[in-house]
Structure formats: structure tokens, C-alpha cells
Design a protein around this ligand. Structure first.
Ligand code: SAH
Length: 361
């Protein structure tokens, strides 16, 4: 099997999906495939619905397509590109970590979080990450970006395992979604389409480290509907340079300027994520810094008390310190949530997804 396609994402155009897996194609690609086979155009919709509505796992499961068409598809394409290897439940049963293997034998993780009547899948977009935020385990290595199919299949197989549709999808697993731009855009199209997962844009959140030009492009292409979450982590350039190295290229100042434009033009709701590291960015002065950034943007702030990764270079702040930080934001009239970290016991909390289990066969 030719793996080039799997190694060179994104497979968005017809030419690139050849010999790839069918999961990851959109209706347009399906139409091109069907037209080329000379089959009736309505078969295209049937095909994508088999994928995204019915989550078909093997060719035997496909019942209402002509044998001749199935034969051609089988010869030309793989059906899926991920294999579910293992799922691990947290003690409280609130979250489940799913371990998948890719066609080229890498492992990747997704997490299902069940909270307040919602089932949220947290998907990965890359194998590792290039951003190298100092407190995040995913940035320890980078292998490759995922294809659109590999992103949406995480949702497919979680739903199949769960026996029902999930209510929300967050792009907060391994990787920087906007550094894998086209595949992320394709996955977003599939998640929202009526032939796809039919998820409302408000139920999807893309979290980014702050690649400013890509944020602009993202908002333009998405028409400002999918939720956007920005990883802030510091309120001044110097501290952000230390914690989030990409800040040296895309400064906080430029980022805030762009977010201001987006806010003014589109009245979009913006969320900031802020990982609290004891003694590093959790002082009252820093909380006031966050106020100066979040307040004019009417942004919501999501505080994430640091989740330790195995090498302990940072500390999770005490409840009291978290509470003090939160109070300062609240008093300034900012909406603030503290992320309840589900899944810490199974290394499935924010920043704990990593690539250190490479090499199982
Ligand atoms: N690349 C995306 C998604 C990252 S994961 C982004 O940067 O937004 C989602 C959030 O978890 C990010 O805000 C990330 O900085 C944060 N995070 C990473 N490691 C963490 C850790 N060990 N503890 C708490 N939060 C962490």
C-alpha cells in the first residue's frame, strides 16, 4: 500500500485522496469519485452517509450500494485509517481515553469527557506538536500532522464505542490545529455538514496557541461561527515568550490587535485559556494583567490549574491561589470558569497527551 498519502496531509483535493482512506472525504470528493466511476450522482450522498451517519467499519457492512461500485471502491481505497487499540476509563468514569493506531503505526489519543449531560470528544490534530509550550507534554516531540480523516475518525470510533452521538467536539488534544490548517478545516466541514455529523458550530471549539495570521484566515473561512479558544497563559510579552515560544514570532500585542478586530467586526465570543502554574503566572498582578486583556474583548477566561506531566518542572497551584486569581477576574466583571480536570488519573487531562507510548505492535 502506498503510504505517501498518509504521510503528506492534507488530503483535501480529489487528486490527493486517491488510495487514501474514504473517511475524510467530503460530499464534493465523493461526487467526483462517483462521477468518475460513471455511477448515479445520488450514490455520492449515500456513500458519505455510510461513513458519517452510520460509521461503517468494514465493506461487508455496506448494504445498499451496487456490488460493482463497492468493488471499485474497495480496490481503490481503504475504508478507514485508524484502529482502536485500547480505551481506558478514569476512576470516576467521567472520562475515557482512546488509543488509536494509524496506518503508519503511530499512536494517537483522544478523550471522551462526560460532564453535565454532555459528551465531549477532545480530538488530536497532530502526532506531537511543534509549538513547544514549556509545560505541555505534547510538545516534547513531533511526528506528523494528521489527515482530516484521522481527525474525524476519532469522533466516529468514540461514538461507535459509546453507542450514541456525542454532543460536542473540542480540538484540544495533541497538536496545534491551526498548524494543520487544511485538514482541520476539512474536519470542521465534515463535523458540521448535514451529510456529516450535523454538529452545530457552537458545539465545536478550536483551541489555538495564537498563530495570528491563521486565526484571521480561520475566521474568514468559518464565517465566525465555530468557537475559538486562545491559549493565553501570560499577560505580558516577556512571560509569554518564556512559556509559549511561538510568542516570539506572533507577539501578544499583535494577537490582541487581531482579536480586537474580530471582536469588533463579528461580535464573536472569544475564550482565553490560561494554565495556572504556581509562582510562575498565578499572582494577583498577573490576574490584573489578564483583566486588561480580556475586559475590552469581553472575553471569557477558562483557568486550567496545571496538570503535572511526568517530569515535574512546574507545580499546580493550591485551591486558594486558584480561587484568588479567579476572584480578581470575577470582580472585574469577567466571566471565568475553572476547568475541572477530568482524567488526570489516566493521563488524559489537558497537556498530558503525548507520544511516549510509541512502538507497540
Ligand atoms: N495547541 C492548542 C491545543 C492545546 S491543549 C492550544 O495551544 O490551544 C489545550 C490547552 O491545554 C492549551 O491551553 C494548553 O496550553 C493547555 N495545557 C497544555 N499542557 C497543560 C498542562 N500540563 N496542564 C494544564 N494545561 C495544559
Amino acid at each position: 500500500m502506498d503510504l505517501t498519502l498518509h504521510l503528506n496531509p492534507p488530503p483535501t483535493e480529489w487528486g490527493e485522496v486517491r488510495r487514501g482512506a474514504l473517511y475524510g472525504i467530503g460530499l464534493k470528493e465523493a461526487e467526483k469519485i462517483i462521477a468518475r466511476y460513471g455511477e448515479s450522482p445520488y450514490r455520492a450522498r449515500q456513500l458519505v452517509e455510510w461513513l458519517y451517519h452510520r460509521h461503517v467499519e468494514d465493506w461487508q457492512g455496506v448494504s445498499n450500494l451496487p456490488k460493482s461500485l463497492l468493488g471499485k471502491l474497495k480496490r481503490e481505497f481503504l475504508l478507514k485509517s485508524l484502529t482502536l487499540k485500547e480505551s481506558v476509563k478514569s476512576h470516576a468514569g467521567q472520562s475515557v481515553k482512546f488509543l488509536f493506531e494509524t496506518q503508519d503505526h503511530h499512536l494517537l489519543e483522544s478523550v471522551l469527557i462526560r460532564q453535565q449531560g454532555r459528551e465531549t470528544v477532545c480530538v488530536s490534530t497532530q502526532l506531537g506538536c511543534k509549538m513547544k509550550c514549556v509545560f505541555c507534554a505534547s510538545g516534547r516531540s513531533f511526528n506528523r500532522s494528521l489527515m482530516a480523516g484521522e481527525i474525524v475518525e476519532q469522533v466516529v470510533w468514540v461514538e461507535k464505542n459509546l453507542g450514541k452521538r456525542v454532543s460536542n467536539v473540542v480540538f484540544m488534544g495533541m497538536g496545534e490545529p491551526l498548524d494543520n490548517f487544511e485538514a482541520t478545516m476539512k474536519a470542521l466541514e465534515i463535523l458540521q455538514a448535514d451529510w456529516g455529523f450535523r454538529l452545530g458550530a457552537k458545539r465545536i471549539t478550536v483551541s489555538t496557541v495564537g498563530l495570528t495570521p491563521r486565526i484571521e484566515e480561520f475566521v474568514k473561512r468559518m464565517g465566525g461561527r465555530v468557537r475559538l479558544s486562545i491559549s493565553l497563559h501570560a499577560s505580558d510579552e516577556k512571560k509569554r515568550n518564556e512559556l509559549v515560544p511561538i510568542n516570539r514570532r506572533y507577539s501578544l500585542r499583535g494577537l490582541v490587535r487581531t482579536l480586537t478586530k474580530i471582536h469588533e467586526r463579528l461580535k464573536r465570543e472569544i475564550t482565553f485559556e490560561y494554565t495556572l502554574l504556581e509562582g510562575v503566572n498565578d499572582t494577583p498582578e498577573e490576574a490584573r494583567g489578564v483583566v486588561t486583556i480580556a475586559k475590552p474583548l469581553r472575553a471569557k477566561v477558562n483557568l486550567i490549574p496545571y496538570n503535572p506531566i511526568r517530569e515535574e518542572s512546574f507545580k499546580r497551584p493550591s485551591r486558594e491561589r486558584v480561587e484568588n486569581f479567579r476572584e480578581i477576574l470575577l470582580k472585574a466583571g469577567i466571566r471565568v470558569t475553572v476547568r475541572q480536570t477530568a482524567g488526570r488519573d489516566i493521563d488524559a487531562a489537558c497537556g498530558q497527551l503525548r507520544l511516549d507510548r510509541e512502538g507497540i505492535d
